[in-house]
Design a protein around this ligand. Structure first.
Ligand code: GDP
Length: 434
């Protein structure tokens, strides 16, 4: 996806603009913990162009002085984005901080669009001419709070998007590994690739800059391992901030068909693991849970079962994800991973014929009658699969509100009983029949 980044000094209204541009994003379930809070990364759409958008203002960079922070944020924008939106404020006029950021952006030669925010009424438009002095061309007056002027900015941004060269008939399955630092992602990458493309060492943060790597599995299937750039540590201050690595992981997830959520078997499940897994689920990608460092775990006959139970409890929303216990060190069960990825990918692309789907739904309703609310009962007329990756089912009903989360969940489970959807989320969308 083309990427837009928003930069600018504090209080110019970056996050308001970010939310306006990102619009409302529909999440698959309501109960994934802690995913939508303090968003700094989202999807947007304009004139048939999908894009990603980053609010660099949301990435706080430790205790650095103010000026240093916004310079780092500008650098993130340069590293990550195809188009940069520099936000200034028409109320305050040009400030030193605006000039400092403008200078850095100008030198980067990336396309920059200068937005002058808080221009809430037409009379204020005459005050924006001083912003030409920043040397970034025409300033665009906008009002984040009133949603004014954004169309012109996005029209301009779209012009700078790179031409989409993602190969349409690319048959390879894209996957990435995400997880906390030190769970063994780079070691797994090395071991799966079977060659030293990625350097591993005992010192945290030595992964060499990597690019996507393609390889062919045993039965001829091609795989592409997405460079989980969250692992790339180039020694910049911001690379160590959690928000920044989360953003990188989310970008890797976006480009993947299947995401391997890596846990450390020796340490068990941590809070951060849950958040990371939540992102993969929210994005609607296939998920496989990989428990690494299994060689270090003292085992008896119940150890694996117990760990599995714990995973099912802690990651309840990922109940569809298969689990595999591996060791990057001894290579135990690593050969299973490509096959698992391939199966999940097939499941994501399954299509159920409407007649079969409707039989399943009618049987489901017979076992467990539809819910009622204020004397009104949910009526299901018909269901149809409208998309794959993830499999998405529209269920036509009398009233959308009557489809409670728990009932949608029940229908999902019935569909899962009938079909092999292991590893992929399923979406069920109630829609009022016209
Ligand atoms: P990353 O930060 O997730 O990429 O983690 P690394 O791949 O850099 O691994 C962190 C440390 O754990 C390194 O010292 C690895 O040698 C070690 N490690 C990784 N996988 C395994 C494993 O399966 N077993 C054992 N014993 N050590 C491992």
């Amino acid at each position: 996806n083309p990427t837009i980044a928003i930069v600018g000094r504090p209080n110019v209204g970056k996050s308001t603009l970010f939310n306006r541009i990102a619009g409302e994003r529909i999440s698959i379930v309501e109960d994934t913990p802690g995913v939508t809070r303090d968003r700094i990364y989202a999807k947007g759409e304009w004139l048939d162009h999908e894009f990603s958008i980053i609010d660099t203002g949301g990435i706080d960079i430790g205790d650095e002085p103010f000026m240093e922070q916004i310079k780092q944020q500008a650098q993130i924008a340069i590293d990550e984005a195809d188009v940069i939106l520099l936000v200034a404020s028409g109320k305050e006029g040009v400030t030193d901080a605006d000039e400092a950021v403008a200078k850095i952006l100008y030198r980067s030669k990336k396309p920059v669009i200068l937005m002058v925010n808080k221009v809430d009424n037409p009379e204020m438009r005459n005050d924006i001419y001083e912003f030409y002095s920043l040397g970034l061309g025409e300033p665009y007056p906008v009002s984040g709070s009133h949603g004014l002027g954004l169309g012109d900015v996005l029209d301009e941004a779209v012009k700078h998007f790179p031409i989409d060269n993602e190969d349409e008939e690319d048959e390879s399955i894209k996957f990435s590994l995400i997880g906390r630092p030190n769970v063994g992602k780079s070691s797994l990458i090395n071991a799966i690739l079977g060659e030293d493309r990625v350097i591993v060492s005992d010192i945290e943060g030595t992964t060499r800059d990597a690019v996507d790597t393609s390889f062919v599995g045993e039965n001829g299937q091609e795989f592409t391992m997405i460079d989980t750039a969250g692992m790339r540590k180039r020694g910049k201050v911001y690379e160590n901030t959690e928000k920044y690595s989360v953003m990188r992981a989310m970008r890797a997830i976006d480009r993947s068909d299947v995401v391997l959520v890596v846990l450390n078997g020796e340490e068990g499940i941590r809070e951060q693991d849950k958040r990371i897994a939540g992102y993969a689920h929210e994005a609607g990608r296939g998920v496989i849970i990989v428990v690494n460092k299994w060689d270090l775990v003292k085992k008896d006959t119940h150890t694996m079962k117990k760990f599995e139970q714990e995973i099912r409890e802690e990651f309840a929303y990922l109940d569809y994800a298969p689990i595999v216990f591996v060791s990057a060190m001894t290579k135990q069960r690593l050969n299973k991973i490509p096959t698992m990825i391939e199966e999940v990918s097939m499941n994501q692309n399954l299509r159920i014929p409407s007649s079969v789907l409707n039989d399943i739904i009618m049987d489901a309703v017979a076992i467990n009658p539809t819910p009622t609310d204020k004397g009104k009962r949910l009526k299901i007329f018909y269901a149809t699969q409208v998309a794959v990756k993830p499999p998405t089912f529209v269920v036509f009903v009398n009233e959308e509100e009557l489809m409670h989360f728990s009932y949608a969940r029940f229908l999902e489970n019935q569909i899962r009983k009938a079909f092999e959807f292991e590893g992929t989320p399923i979406k069920i969308i109630p829609r009022r029949r016209k």
